[in-house]
Design a protein around this ligand. Structure first.
Ligand SMILES: [Zn+2]
Length: 62
């Protein structure tokens, strides 16, 4: 009974980490000043600080 509960929490943790991974593309970054923002609109737009084009944050580029 206890072992079943452990298995469940393991599966839940794996599912939660998958959900976190899917949130990563919802961030955009300004390459020149390394500012990261949430993507709140379909268009990425430009950086409010320096005017450079924002791009989608690459998880391997942090
Ligand atoms: Zn900027």
């Amino acid at each position: 009974m206890f072992e079943q509960a452990v298995e469940f929490s393991e599966a839940f943790r794996r599912g939660a980490s998958r959900m976190q991974g899917s949130l990563v593309p919802a961030l955009k970054v300004c390459p020149p000043c390394r500012t990261v923002h949430m993507i709140a609109a379909p268009a990425l737009g430009t950086c409010a600080a320096c005017g450079a084009e924002m791009r989608v944050l690459d998880p391997t580029d942090v």
